[in-house]
Ligand binder design. Structure first.
Ligand SMILES: Nc1ncnc2c1ncn2[C@@H]1O[C@H](COP(=O)(O)OP(=O)(O)OP(=O)(O)O)[C@@H](O)[C@H]1O
Length: 290
C-alpha cells in the first residue's frame, strides 16, 4: 500500500503523567517514549492504568499533571479531534462499529481529510463527488491492506468478530495516522485470528512506517511484535525494555503474580500457554507451506 516513508513520524513522549479520580491515582508520574516507527507495548495487570493512559493520549481524559508531547506539539490539554489532526488515531477495545457497510465505516475514518462541506456533499456538487471518489478509493486500498477488501460493500453486522476488529483497525488507518494506538486488538479472537492480526500489525509498521502503541493482554503477541515494552502496576511504571528484558524483570514477575497467575488471559508476562498457541500455529503453517 502506498504511504508515507515514516520519516515524518514524530516521537511520542509521555512525561510524568499523573491522573487522579476522586482520591484514586490511576496513573502515577508515568513516563515512557514511543520512538518513531517502533511498536511499543503498554502492559500491566488489570487496573494498572493502561486504558487511562490511552485516554490521556487520545484526549479523552485530561492529565492531573505531567505532559504528553508529539514531536513539537504539546497534547496534554487538547481534545480528541485536535490530537487526531496531529496524527494520533486509536482503536477501541470494544467494537463500536455495528451499522452500515465496511465502506461507510471507513469513510468515517476519512472524515479528517475531507474538505467538501456538508452542503456540497449533500447537493452532490461535482467537486464533492470527485473528492468522495478519491477517499473511497483510499478506503478500499486500506481495506485490502488490512484483509477485509472482499467485504468492502458488506454490512459490518454480517462480518465475523475477527473481521470486525479489522474494520476497527482499518477505520483508524483511514485517518492516515503517524502514531496508532491499538487498544487490545486481539481480545476475543481465536488463535488463528490472533496470529493473522499480529502479522497485519507488523505489516502496518513495516509498510506505513507509523509508530504503534499497543495495549494487549496477549503476552505471546507482545513478545512477538513489540520492540519496547513499558510495564505499569498501580499506575506506576515499574519496568521497561525489550520484551526479553521485561519478561525476566523480577518486579514484573512480582506484579503479575500479585495479580493472580490464574486470572484468565492477564496471567503474566511469560504466558507460556498463549505463546505456545501462537508458536504451534506458526509451526503448523510452516509445515503446511513446506
Ligand atoms: N473514569 C474513571 N473514574 C474513576 N476511576 C477510574 C476511571 N477510569 C479508570 N479508573 C480506575 O483507575 C484505575 C486504572 O484503570 P484502567 O482502566 O486505566 O486500568 P487498565 O490497566 O486499563 O485495566 P484493564 O486491563 O482491566 O483494562 C482502576 O483502579 C480503575 O478503576
Amino acid at each position: 500500500m502506498s504511504a508515507g516513508d515514516g520519516t515524518d513520524v514524530p516521537r511520542l513522549v509521555v512525561d510524568r503523567v499523573t491522573v487522579r479520580f476522586a482520591g484514586l491515582t490511576a496513573l502515577d508520574a508515568a513516563s515512557f517514549t514511543v520512538e518513531p516507527g517502533s511498536v511499543h507495548a503498554l502492559i500491566g495487570p488489570n487496573g494498572a492504568g493502561k486504558s487511562t493512559c490511552f485516554n490521556v493520549l487520545s484526549g479523552v481524559y485530561r492529565a492531573t499533571s505531567g505532559s504528553v508531547r508529539l514531536g513539537g506539539h504539546e497534547l496534554t490539554a487538547l481534545p480528541s479531534h485536535r490530537t487526531a489532526a496531529l496524527g494520533l488515531a486509536r482503536t477501541f477495545q470494544n467494537i463500536v462499529l455495528t451499522r452500515g457497510t465496511v465502506a461507510d465505516n471507513l469513510m468515517i475514518g476519512r472524515h479528517l481529510h475531507t474538505r467538501a462541506g456538508y452542503l456540497a456533499s449533500a447537493l452532490r456538487l461535482p467537486a464533492a463527488v470527485r473528492e468522495q471518489r478519491v477517499h473511497r478509493e483510499r478506503a478500499r486500498e486500506i481495506a485490502e491492506f488490512t484483509g477485509i477488501g472482499a467485504h468492502f460493500d458488506h454490512p459490518v453486522g454480517l462480518l465475523s468478530y475477527g473481521d470486525r476488529k479489522r474494520v476497527e483497525l482499518a477505520r483508524a488507518l483511514c485517518a492516515e495516522p503517524k502514531v496508532l494506538l491499538l487498544d487490545e486488538p486481539v481480545a476475543g479472537m481465536n488463535a488463528t485470528e490472533r496470529l493473522a492480526m499480529a502479522r497485519t500489525i507488523a505489516e502496518v509498521r513495516r509498510a506505513l512506517g507509523v509508530s504503534v502503541l499497543i495495549v494487549e493482554h496477549d503476552m505471546g503477541l507482545i513478545m512477538r511484535i513489540a520492540d519496547q515494552v513499558t510495564v505499569l502496576d498501580f499506575g506506576r511504571r515499574i519496568a521497561g525494555g525489550t520484551p526479553d528484558e521485561v519478561r525476566r524483570d523480577p518486579a514484573v514477575v512480582r506484579a503479575y503474580l500479585g495479580a493472580g497467575p490464574d486470572s484468565g488471559s492477564d496471567s503474566g508476562p511469560d504466558t507460556a500457554e498463549q505463546q505456545n498457541t501462537a508458536e504451534q500455529q506458526d509451526g503448523a503453517e510452516q509445515e503446511e507451506s513446506a
